[in-house]
Design a protein around this ligand. Structure first.
Ligand SMILES: [Zn+2]
Length: 89
């Protein structure tokens, strides 16, 4: 004979907010190339992610030196967020 397990869930409110605590991960930056190739697909080359926003910008200059017609980029910014548990519903 088996007995059905019973699980109790407690429902709480959660808030999502940017993590600005002292121990939060830093903002991180990357650049990716938006230039379209002849076949219409994006180049999509991408710099390394860095906490120094100047490094991906330097990568963009290097990428353009290798591919002189690749002049359109997007900056990808990684911002840490955290779930914050509030009181019971
Ligand atoms: Zn490119």
């Amino acid at each position: 004979m088996t007995t059905a397990a019973r699980r109790v869930f407690r429902y709480v409110n959660w808030t999502l907010r940017p993590d600005q605590d002292d121990d939060a991960p830093p903002l991180a930056y990357a650049f990716r190339c938006l230039t379209l190739r002849d076949d219409g697909t994006e180049c999509d080359a991408r710099s390394k992610t860095s906490t120094d926003p100047a490094e991906p910008q330097e990568w963009a200059f290097g990428h353009m030196r290798e591919h002189p017609d690749h002049v359109s980029f997007a900056e990808v910014i990684e911002r840490p967020w955290v779930m914050w548990r509030g009181g019971a519903v």
